[in-house]
Design a protein around this ligand. Structure first.
Ligand SMILES: Cc1ncc(COP(=O)(O)O)c(C=O)c1O
Length: 451
């Protein structure tokens, strides 16, 4: 009991003493300036198609996909990239990804159907809670789909379904997902490492299944430490516990996604650990307006460290093809949101024509997202509550904007909102909004506003 109390005290003190790094004005203004250089195209998109809208920047997508691939090719001999469709499932993103030879990482029958409809030839199906129907769809496309097994129970359901197949269409390639190092609620995913050999032996006994890989996924990685730790643990487990006739069958190690975009995680004072604690203890506490940053490492650094970990002498993962499932690293800068100020209340409150259901979740409550006034451009950050149009006071886009002033009719840009927004959007009160594509030359409405 006493040790539990001292553990709690020390965690509490650690939070109280923590100091987050301040986000410098220069970095912030440079970021805003960059978007302001392109303001005419955003304004034209608003004039022609209206707000709110997702502004889909196709050139940015091509750049990010190329950059990720180039970084992989600098550090890895044999690799495959499977874009995590859940991070943004907009059809034109998926089409581009498949056209440049990448595969898709899907997590449901719905995503799998979309992936198959694009003609994608390399699909991995991972995630918990796969239904028999979803497994059935996967095994009817053995050439395209590799199934990543999340539990022994799922494997036995798969065995039944494979046994019921009328005609053999080829072996079902299967990987085993390993539980990751974070523990706690993360144990929801995968199979404990100590059970992996047993699961492989079970899989090998099922006719029609080819168990040939291992997968893990760690989330929210500002640096590659968690991925490297997993690679080390799996490598040493294989050396110590996996019979050679099984390890020889391994063809891939799938290191999942979770690569954090390079500009890092930006926070308001109330989003830091200390701020969150303070807000609970004293809800009326007035936070300062400083922004904070949790820095992220560049993608080259991730891949260098991952490659080193895999090729350490004696690591049995060395000869395997490395599979990756990046989502947000690719999709974050691919979409921006355009809003229009529809109402102003006093000098410090504006209401926009779109609610944060365009993002699908209350993202601005947990991080700092700069809002850029394209109609009155400027690098000064001015305090104003920028609300959405929903019937909840938590529908807040931000507490400030960059510009020289703000009035009804102004067009606002919420930049870099490509990840976990479009695929989470809801038609709550307001309809799902339109998507406008910019390919570097032309603007085109590619998905209409739903009414
Ligand atoms: C199994 C798996 N792979 C890949 C991803 C993509 O993660 P991210 O978008 O952080 O790269 C996720 C996200 O939840 C995931 O669960």
């Amino acid at each position: 009991m006493e040790s539990r109390q001292s553990e709690l005290n020390s965690a509490f003190l650690q939070i109280i003493r923590s100091r987050e790094k301040v986000l410098s004005r220069d970095v912030l203004q440079g970021y805003v300036e960059d978007f302001l250089t392109k303001k005419e195209i955003y304004l034209e998109s608003d004039r022609r198609f209206g707000a709110p809208q997702y502004f889909f920047d196709r050139t940015s997508l091509a750049q990010k996909a190329d950059q990720f691939d180039a970084a992989c090719s600098r550090h890895l001999d044999r690799y495959q990239i499977f874009y995590a469709m859940k991070s943004n499932s907009f059809r034109r993103i998926i089409d581009h990804i498949t056209s440049c030879g990448m595969g898709l990482d899907v997590s449901s029958g719905h995503e799998l159907s979309m992936a198959l409809a694009t003609g994608c030839q390399k699909i991995i199906f991972s995630g918990p809670g796969k239904t028999d129907e979803e497994l059935g769809l996967a095994i009817s496309h053995p050439q395209q789909v590799v199934l990543l097994m999340d539990s022994p129970g799922e494997l036995s359901r798969l065995a039944k379904l494979v046994g019921q197949r009328v005609r053999s269409k080829g072996e079902i390639r299967v990987g085993i997902r390993v539980q990751n190092v974070q523990g706690g609620i993360w144990n929801k995913f995968g199979i404990p490492l100590f059970d992996v050999t047993k699961t492989f032996i079970n899989a090998l006994s099922i006719k029609g299944i080819d168990p040939c890989g291992i997968q893990f996924h760690t989330s929210w990685n500002l640096n590659p430490a968690a991925q490297v730790k997993m690679i080390d643990q799996i490598g040493s487990y294989i050396v110590r516990k996996m019979p050679e006739d099984i390890s020889r069958r391994l063809k891939f190690i799938d290191i999942g996604g979770g690569f954090w975009p390079e500009h890092g995680e930006w926070l308001n004072a109330q989003n830091t650990d200390k701020g969150t604690l303070l807000a609970h203890v004293k809800p009326a506490f007035k936070f300062n307006k400083t922004h904070y940053i949790r820095e992220a490492r560049p993608i080259d650094y991730f891949l260098k460290k991952i490659s080193w970990a895999i090729s350490r002498p004696g690591n049995p993962l060395q000869g395997l093809e490395v599979w990756m499932e990046p989502g947000r690293w690719i999709s974050t800068p691919v979409m921006h949101i355009l809003l229009k100020v529809i109402d102003k209340k006093g000098s410090r409150i504006v209401i926009t024509d779109g609610g944060i259901n365009i993002m699908g979740w209350e993202r601005p409550l947990t991080e700092f997202i700069p809002i850029i006034n394209l109609s009155q451009p400027g690098l000064k950050e001015l305090s104003t509550m920028v609300f959405g149009s929903l019937c909840t006071p938590h529908d807040v886009w931000g507490r400030s904007f960059f510009g020289t002033g703000i009035k009804v009719g102004d067009v606002l840009l919420v930049p870099d909102q490509g990840a976990y927004t479009y695929s989470l959007r809801q038609s709550f009160i307001k309809a799902k909004c339109r998507v406008v594509q910019y390919d570097g030359n032309c603007l085109e409405e590619v998905e209409r506003q739903e009414y």
